[in-house]
Write a protein that binds this ligand. Structure first.
Ligand code: SF4
Ligand code: FES
Length: 246
């Protein structure tokens, strides 16, 4: 135990195992670093940049940065939280997020992070992109409006379900989620309601039909306690494959 290498995170000593990233070590030590595209069951992706920290004076993504002994990491500073707040505001502006009408309200990581970072104004003019809903599948529907391009569904469908149902297409502001079928419709894929890709979306894009409001808004995961209190606790359990819910 005493031989385990450590780094400091906001002054606190964090032990880590060989091969762990800064974010993995922090979550294992029950310390929360805000993140969106990282999921403990998947390889780090490094795309959302919400987990940006300062390590030995340089900005880096905590989810992809390998932990090194003696490194001094800063995460909970006003400057870094200010940067994260802007990123979250940009994600809200890029999609048509209207939380009161979203089935994922109270169970959405983007919304929960917004609360945590005290996002109280839009910050940017919304783009209001035209993104039609796909309700073609008998069991599932897709509301493309809310996609934050984290690629978790893409990764889950490929790596866990072995199906490749989802993909991202386009670049920059035109980047968007697509369904890998000639018709582009979910009904024409082999997705199943039990697929990992269905469960993994951190916002309200991939939704089950006839399952709406099974848990009333106000009693959902992030209605009960903030994301910062849950992600650190959940991550090591999820990494161990536990099904236990928070
Ligand atoms: S649909 Fe959900 S899981 Fe897939 S890329 Fe968009 S936000 Fe991520
Ligand atoms: S969680 Fe690290 S870049 Fe998205």
């Amino acid at each position: 135990m005493t031989d385990q290498p450590t780094f400091t995170l906001d002054g606190e000593e964090i032990p880590f195992a060989e091969g762990q990233t800064v974010l993995q070590a922090a979550l294992t030590a029950d310390v929360y670093i805000p993140h969106l595209c990282y999921h403990p069951e998947f390889k780090p992706h490094g795309s959302c940049k919400v987990c940006t920290i300062r390590a030995d004076g340089r900005n880096a993504a905590a989810c992809t940065l390998p932990a090194r002994a003696g490194m001094a990491v800063e995460s909970a500073s006003d400057a870094l939280n200010g940067l994260r707040k802007v990123l979250v505001q940009m994600l809200f502006a890029e999609g048509n997020h209207f939380c009161p009408a979203c089935e994922a309200s109270g169970d959405c990581q983007l919304q929960a992070l917004g609360y945590d970072l005290q996002v109280t104004t839009a910050g940017f003019r919304h783009f209001y992109p035209v993104r039609p809903v796909d309700a073609s599948h008998p069991e599932l529907w897709l509301d493309f409006n809310r996609c934050i391009l984290c690629e978790l569904c893409v990764r889950a469908s490929n790596e866990v379900d072995g199906k490749s149902v989802f993909g991202l297409s386009g670049r920059g502001a035109g980047k968007h989620l697509i369904v890998n079928a000639l018709s582009g419709r979910l009904a024409d894929t082999d997705i199943a309601v039990t697929d990992k890709a269905v469960e993994v979306c951190p916002v309200g894009v991939i939704l089950k039909k006839r399952d709406g409001f099974a848990v009333p808004i106000g009693q959902r995961r992030f209605d009960r306690s903030p994301i910062s209190a849950q992600a650190a606790r959940d991550a090591p359990r999820a990494a161990r494959g536990s099904k236990e819910d928070a």
